[in-house]
Design a protein around this ligand. Structure first.
Ligand SMILES: Cc1ncc(COP(=O)(O)O)c(C=O)c1O
Length: 384
């Protein structure tokens, strides 16, 4: 049997990882400024994480949601504390798309409506409703097409007000990334998020904060939407939650009530997933990783802004993007193959940095030196 060929892959086989570094099968070391697509939060193979997951696996890895799983309650309590949303309720699942799917569905159960507002350049996942709310027709199959999604321009307050004035009583939910990731690292503006909050409250619509990529401390606050000082009704999360273990969830404001069987999952919230998620939160707290993301992120952005050719350095914490001009169109490839540094990209010309939240200053300096060297080589101009 062959693999279904959906990924354009680099010819690299990673066999070992530690902190912000990975090694290939020939022993070559790489700096991971991509975090396996924003997934590695506390650092690869963190000893506390390895120990907690291993110990749990030796006790019990999985049993279904038909029994009590005290680890789920422990996780809910810890997540409430670290995220500052102690009065929310937790539903666990397995991936970012599934989290968004559940959030959109729950919103619809809540207000018995079916229209969803999403925004240009959004990415919410590849399952049915999540992909329908994603602004990329290339990944929406005919079966996913629905007229329940209303796409509005990102950060356009007038368009949002007009839409609510016209269709307000039909809008079930508004779904928005606090910082668009796949869309190229663009932050929702503070007034825009505040307006969404106000309109959702006024029209009894549900504000869904997609925090799959921008959440879990990456922006320097637990949820990037927190920078606007507003509370969403549902937050969706995945990626950094398990530091590589597939675990995801939604947290739900207290006014939305659960009914038996309205949501459900076989694997979600299993013992092993909870142990991984707890280990992540424990390390985040103990090592002050949100503060680290903020300070190292600010340092990286300040230094990147000093470099020639790089345009529109932007982001928050360790979710950073910048545009590269035509001369540097091979920068991502050259960083990988000449400098042995993984970075991410967003088409057509954006480099995305999504490193572990435990990135150290010396790792950031190594990256900055490498970028300088590549700019010099690619433009034959010395960068001071
Ligand atoms: C903002 C956002 N939402 C949802 C998803 C989908 O997550 P998953 O790939 O775990 O289904 C992603 C994945 O990149 C994402 O960036």
């Amino acid at each position: 049997m062959e693999l279904f060929n959906v990924y354009p892959i680099n010819n690299i086989t990673i066999t070992k990882a530690k902190g912000s570094y990975v090694w290939d099968d020939e022993g070559q070391q790489y700096l991971d400024m991509y975090g396996g697509h924003a997934v590695i939060s506390i650092g690869h193979t963190h000893p506390h994480y390895v120990q907690r997951v291993t110990e749990q696996l030796n006790k019990i890895g999985f049993y279904s949601n038909s029994i009590k799983i005290p680890l789920q309650e422990e996780l809910a309590k810890k997540l409430g504390k670290v995220s500052g949303k102690a009065d929310y309720q937790l539903f666990l699942c397995n991936s970012g798309a599934e989290a968004n799917e559940n959030a959109l569905k729950l919103a619809s159960f809540y207000n018995d409506r079916s229209k969803i507002i999403a925004f240009t350049k959004s990415f919410h996942g590849r399952t049915s409703l999540a992909v329908a709310a994603t602004d990329n027709p290339n990944i929406v199959a005919p079966v996913n097409r629905t007229d329940n999604i209303i796409f509005l321009p990102f950060n356009d307050e007038d368009a949002l007000v007009e839409c609510f004035q016209k269709n307000g009583n039909e809008i079930s939910s508004v779904i928005i990334e606090g910082i668009q990731g796949v869309g190229g690292i663009h932050a929702a503006s503070v007034p825009f998020l505040q307006l969404i909050r106000r309109l959702c409250s006024e029209y009894n619509a549900v504000f869904i904060a997609d925090s799959v990529q921008c959440g879990y401390g990456r922006s320097g606050k637990f949820f990037s939407h927190d920078h606007a000082g507003v509370d969403a009704d549902i937050y969706t999360m995945a990626k950094g939650m398990g530091n590589g273990f597939p675990v995801a969830g939604i947290i739900i404001a207290p006014h939305i009530h659960a009914k038996h069987f309205m949501l459900g999952t076989t694997f979600g919230g299993n013992h092993l997933a909870c142990a991984a998620a707890l280990a992540v939160l424990e390390v985040m707290e103990k090592e002050n990783l949100m503060q680290n993301a903020e300070s190292i992120g600010n340092y990286l952005m300040d230094e990147l802004k000093k470099l020639p050719y790089l345009k529109n350095v932007r982001g928050k914490g360790l979710m950073i993007g910048f545009d590269v001009p035509e001369e540097l169109k091979d920068l991502k490839k050259n960083l990988l193959f000449n400098q042995h540094i993984f970075t991410g990209e967003a088409k057509p010309n954006v480099i995305r940095l999504l490193p572990p939240l435990a990135l150290r200053k010396k790792d950031a300096d190594e990256f900055l030196e490498a970028v300088k060297e590549e700019i010099e080589t690619m433009t034959e101009k010395v960068v001071s």
